[in-house]
Every structure is written in C-alpha cells, then in structure tokens.
Ligand binder design. Sequence first.
Ligand code: SF4
Ligand code: SF4
Length: 407
Amino acid sequence: MQTTLASFIKDRPEGAEAAALLRACVHCGFCQATCPTYQLLGDELDSPRGRIHLIKQVLEGDIPTARTQLHLDRCLTCRACETACPSGVQYGRLLEIGRQVVIERQPRPWAQRVLRRVLAAWLTGPLFAPSVAVGRVLRPLLPRALAVSLPPRVAAGAVPNTGQHIRTVLLLGGCVQPALAPRITAATVRVLHALNIRTVTPPQAGCCGAIHQHLDAPAAAQADARRNIDAWWPHVQAGIEAIIVNTSGCGTQLRDYGLLLRDDPVYAVRAARVSALVRDLSELVAPQVAVLRERVPGLAGQRVACHSPCSLQHAQRLGGVVEQLLTGLGVVLVPVAEPALCCGAAGTYHLLQPVLSQSLRERKLAALTQGQPQRIVSANLGCLLQLAPDAPVPIGHWIELVDQHLS
Ligand code: SF4
Ligand code: SF4
C-alpha cells in the first residue's frame, strides 16, 4: 500500500518507518480469520486489515476520532495476524506507531489518562506487593470479580545455592510476578540447578517496560529498559550465556530493547546486545530434555493441555517449543482447538477491555478443557492469571509442573 505521509509526520523517522511497513500490506485479508476481535465483533475496523487502513488514513492527515482510537485500543497486540500474513507485514510495530500518533493527534480524555497513569504506577511500583498481601487478607470481603483475579498465596519453596555451576544465566525477576506467583521463579531456579545451570537475578533490574509500553508511556518504558541494561551490563561484559525470561510477554519486550533504544547514543549498542542475549526459558531447557527426563519420571503419562501464549508463538515465533519439551518429558498433550487464538489477557487489556477479554477467556478455556486434561500449563503469567479463575483443573506455569516432579 502506497502512503503519502502528511506534513506533520513526513520528516519524522517513525513516519518513514510506518510508510515502509504499510507498503508490505497488499490488503489480501488472509489475516482476518485469525484475528480474535474480528471473530468476536465482525467489524472490518476491528480486524488487522481495517486497523492498518485506519493507521494509513491518520498518517495521510485524517484527524483521528474517538472511534479510531477505540478500534486501535481493541487490538490485543496478539500478533496472530503477523503469523498469518503471507507478505510479512510487521503489524505489531505498525500498531505501536499508529497508536502513538493517534494519541498525539487525539489526546485521550483526562479520566482515561489518569487511569492509565495510576495503573502503571501501581503495577510497577512499591505499593503493588503490599496491596496484593492486603487483598489476600480481605479476599472474603472483596467483590467476586476482584477476589477471583487474585491468585492464592503459594509458597515459593526453598531455592538452592546454584553458585557452583559452570554455566550461568541472568534471570529476569520482573515486577508483578514476585508478588503474585513467586513459585514460578523459584521453580525455574530449581530446575536449572538440576541441569547444572546457575541463575543470577540482579536486584536492580525490575519491570521489563511492557506495562508502561501498553499504557501510553513509551518514555517510561525506555527508562525501564535503561535501568535493566545497567543492572545486567557487568554480567554481559563478563560473558553471561543468556538472559532468561520465564514470562513470554516480558521476553517479547526485552527482545525489542534494541529497537526501543536504537536512537539512544549511549544505550543503542548495549540494548542491541541485551536483546540478542534474550532467551525464553523453554529455549534453554529444550536441549536438555534427555537429561531432565531422568529426573522427572512421575511426569510420564500426565494428560496436560498446553496454552501457547501469543507473545511466545506469534511475537517470538517459538510456537511448539514448550509442547515438544513436555512431550519429550513423557507428558501426553491433549488436543487444543484454535491454538493460535489469544486468551484475552494481553498485558493490561483484560483491565481496560473486560468484556472482550472475558469472551476470549471463556472460548480459550473451552478449547483447553475439551480433551479433559488433568492440568493446564502455559508460559506467561498474564495468561495464567487470566485463565485461572474459571479453570476447572489446576493451572500453572510448565516449569512448575516440571519442578513438582523433580526427584
Ligand atoms: S496484513 Fe498481511 S494478510 Fe493482512 S491484509 Fe495485509 S498483506 Fe494481507
Ligand atoms: S494483533 Fe491480534 S487483535 Fe490485533 S489485529 Fe492482529 S490478530 Fe487482531
């Protein structure tokens, strides 16, 4: 698609980038069928092709309306459309530019701006962990919708000293995961210890920046990236093997650090180096399956439904890695319909678009349970929190399942 950039954007680098991305789209519509919002709403403007058209119009000078913003906001950024696109359109990046330009041209109402700021500050700030603790105490008094979204406290368990191993990796601690599901990181450390891999989590590193990115705060997302790079850089210089992420939404953000800071004269090179070192946990464990299988004999024959997060299968293009890993450990994977479809979590989407999010949750749970699994696993905290309240069988991170069977 040829785009004639309007004067307000034609000399800006993101204008040229968006025009190049738009050029790749031939408007064929192969992406439509995979789009969750198009499936739910049936509106062309809630489809990838429709949103691409809206972005094009704005870049060509149309003044965006609240309706334009709504159609872009309804996008889950699941990027299923990228996987389906035969022309290689980088829709995720295009949407990021489009949303930013729309906000510049049509600022959100103040109440929405305040809500986003408060959410970002709460989720990434020091008040989050105490408020989760208080929420758990007050759970019987909370409205059901709030109470079920708060996972029960599960002890993380003892973490071994991994100092003696030769292989060493950095492990992202994250922002909300330590308060909501500390066992995921503890399980990661234990399983990697069993594989003779040492994990290091510098306390100065924190949120990957995805929350700020989702909530219209790209400068704060860049600040998150710089802080993490500073925390990791001495380890990178010392030759760390990889930066491991056990929540795929954060992994997607870390892989974008190079892009995010490409114009930063101080951080551009470091950011690209950090992005190149990022690995999903499954990528580290998969080559060790034969060794690990000896340590988890109790896993053999377990019937499990695996939900592959969009951030893993579409954004990072690692679909099937967790599934193969689990099969290699003897797990029996039950069939899951519509495996490419988003569960509706999508970062902060479930908070901002609760109706669409709930529909997708119900649809995903129906697909995951049709094969009557004993358990559901995933690779992203957001998906687990989204699905857990209504899941009829236990649900957790796949590393927790492996950890529970370590002998
Ligand atoms: S994004 Fe890809 S699949 Fe969708 S209309 Fe454009 S070229 Fe076709
Ligand atoms: S990212 Fe997901 S929700 Fe957004 S247009 Fe693409 S398929 Fe649809």
